[in-house]
Ligand binder design. Structure first.
Ligand SMILES: Nc1ncnc2c1ncn2[C@@H]1O[C@H](COP(=O)(O)OP(=O)(O)O)[C@@H](O)[C@H]1O
Ligand SMILES: [Mg+2]
Length: 568
């Protein structure tokens, strides 16, 4: 392939609005161009890498009998109304009407579409299990599209869906999918972690995310320094250190003027925040809920949403708080409130004695409060807190550390969430009709491109792993108009192409320095420079990764390239 015929619009300047290194490099090296916020043209080099990643995925899916097909991105809104997600998916859903005023959405994910399409046919245990997948653009009206291909409004996803007759079948597929995903990400030469991810109210630990360790990552990965425990901060938990127990003292009301925050209150009462029961009032699907948590912790809204099994959790406004509790937000508690207000106690409160809580009166708190003063009967505890660095890992081994990550893939068991709402049932061996058990498995293909570049670059540009690089070899004549160089360059290209390598020839009439800089920027594993020694059929091989160079004769070239590429 001649470079003059390729569309590779490289830039000299670092684009000022691109924060992520991968975003900068993809713009500078001519891989992508933005068309609108979060929607990119994937130029020939980027598209080539995407196709390579897709083929790695296809190979792994074939191994586990997952079958590729293609769904429309255009989805009737009715289907999503049937599943309930039209309302609950939120503002990321692109909605519009066709010329007949019928409502449509652009698919942000395809559980409904697959379920509705297969449900007539997959009606017997004899036809199960089945795993189907597609490689397709997805549409999400993200609030803040950014970092190039990392967070887009139109992006490529591989999404697979499994349909099974029982939990055992689902387990087998889930485990096969996990192995396949690891093979895919290993082939992409990524440094990633498999972590416990959020799967919604019924998910439990059957949700795994694959997360690439990168400073630019928007997720926080929590991991133990001494075990393989690893979770998204949204789901991470810990073995909590309880405050030593004390003899219960009589509860007393005290004046705490202006102590609206935990810090102010702790200072005023001269106690540690962990002796205060913090109260957070929220509206959960428009119902008031009071969340109680130890003063030194924050509420994790994802965990809370899962515990409450609701779609939306919002902080209650001061007006809403006053209506329910009769005081300002800083002074509320479960003490004496109406029975119909749901109260959640975080597990950080287990075993706490003689604590401080609000009195549900402005500027008043109760000190030496104990559970028997506050609630009737046994207390149920739920984990709804955000864990902190340094806490003991939930398995008791090691302490928790945090690092930033990019979610590249996600596998989870859906249970009967969609088969129930869409009526996808099958007749089981026992003759009974049952809902299909489902699983959902996604990879962010276009995001992978960014993630790989985040981990494979240097000060001069991208450094592709050989199997993903758009071209494996870049042939760069110093002066293509020179007869010897022209002839040898063409011969070299031919030799390598005959061996099946993807080769790019820089036939442009540019200074050598410009060509070398572009070559480094684009990041192909091997550059072959054809210069003065072309008369003697000698070229220079340069490894992009290490900068190492060797001179070889045309006759040894193919062999040398083969050996060098093996190790890239
Ligand atoms: N806005 C986006 N831009 C690019 N890739 C995305 C985006 N949102 C999700 N992805 C990719 O698609 C994969 C599957 O999506 P999913 O798990 O449904 O996303 P989320 O966890 O954001 O709801 C994610 O693991 C991620 O790699
Ligand atoms: Mg996800």
């Amino acid at each position: 392939m001649k470079q003059s015929r390729m569309y590779i619009p490289t830039l000299k300047q670092i684009p000022s609005d691109a924060e992520a290194v991968s975003h900068q490099l993809m713009l500078r090296a001519g891989y992508i161009r933005q068309v609108s916020a979060g929607a990119y043209a994937l130029l020939p080099l980027a598209w080539d890498v995407i196709l390579k990643i897709e083929n790695i995925i296809r190979k792994e899916m074939k191994k586990i009998d997952a079958v590729e097909m293609m769904m429309p991105a255009l989805i009737p809104a009715d289907l999503w109304k049937e599943s309930g997600r039209f309302k609950t998916y939120g503002e990321n859903l692109f909605k519009f009407e066709d010329r007949h005023d019928r409502e449509f959405i652009l698919g942000p994910t395809h559980e409904e579409t697959f379920t509705s399409v297969i449900k007539e046919q997959l009606n017997s245990y004899k036809k199960l299990p089945m795993v189907l997948y597609e490689l397709q653009p997805k549409y999400r009206d993200e609030d803040r599209p950014r970092y190039g291909l990392l967070r887009c409004r139109e992006f490529y996803m591989k999404d697979a869906y499994s349909f099974a007759a029982n939990a055992e079948q689902t387990d087998v597929i889930f485990n096969q999918m996990e192995t396949a995903y690891k093979n895919i990400f290993d082939a992409c030469k990524l440094d990633y972690r498999t972590i416990i991810g959020n799967a919604g109210p019924m998910g439990g630990t059957d949700s795994k995310e694959f997360s690439v360790v990168a400073g630019i990552g928007e997720d926080t990965i929590v991991f133990s320094d001494d075990s393989n425990y690893s979770a998204n901060l949204e789901m991470a938990t810990s073995k909590i250190e309880q405050v030593p127990s004390e003899k219960h003292l009589p509860m007393e009301e005290v004046s705490t003027p202006d102590a609206h925050t935990i810090d102010a209150l702790a200072k005023f009462l001269q106690i540690e925040p962990n002796k205060i029961m913090k109260a957070v009032a929220v509206m959960a699907d428009e119902q008031p809920v009071l969340v109680m948590i130890r003063g030194d912790y924050q509420v994790n809204s994802i965990k809370l949403r899962n515990v409450l099994n609701v779609n939306l959790v919002e902080e209650a406004t001061p007006d809403e708080v006053r209506k329910v509790f009769g005081s300002a937000p800083g002074f509320i508690s479960p003490y004496g409130i109406a029975d119909d207000v749901k109260v959640i106690f975080d597990s950080s409160l287990e075993g706490l004695d003689n604590f401080v809580i609000g009195a549900n009166k402005d500027d008043k708190h109760l000190i030496n409060a104990n559970f028997e003063d506050v609630v009737e009967g046994p207390v149920e505890f739920n984990d709804v807190r955000v864990v902190k660095e340094g806490e003991v890992s939930p398995d008791g081994h090691g302490h928790l550390e945090f690092t930033k990550g990019i979610e590249i893939g996600h596998i989870f068991k859906l249970g009967t969430r969609f088969s129930n709402s869409l009526g996808a049932n099958f007749i089981d061996e026992d003759g009974k009709s049952k809902p299909l058990l489902m699983g959902s498995y996604g990879i962010g293909i276009s995001r992978l491109l960014s993630a790989i570049i985040e981990q494979h670059n240097d000060e001069n540009g991208i450094v592709w792993p050989a199997k993903l690089s758009p071209f494996q070899v870049h042939v760069v004549p110093i002066k293509y108009s020179n007869d010897d160089q022209h002839k040898l360059s063409d011969e070299v290209v031919q030799l390598l192409q005959d061996e099946g390598f993807d080769v790019l020839l820089d036939d442009r009439n540019e200074r050598a320095g410009v060509k070398f800089a572009d070559s480094d920027l684009m990041g192909f594993p091997i550059r072959i420079t054809v210069g003065k020694k072309a008369v003697d059929s000698i070229v220079e091989l340069k490894l992009r990764k290490t900068g190492e160079t060797i001179e070889v004769n045309k006759d040894e070239l193919v062999n040398s390239v083969k050996i060098l590429l093996k190790n890239q």
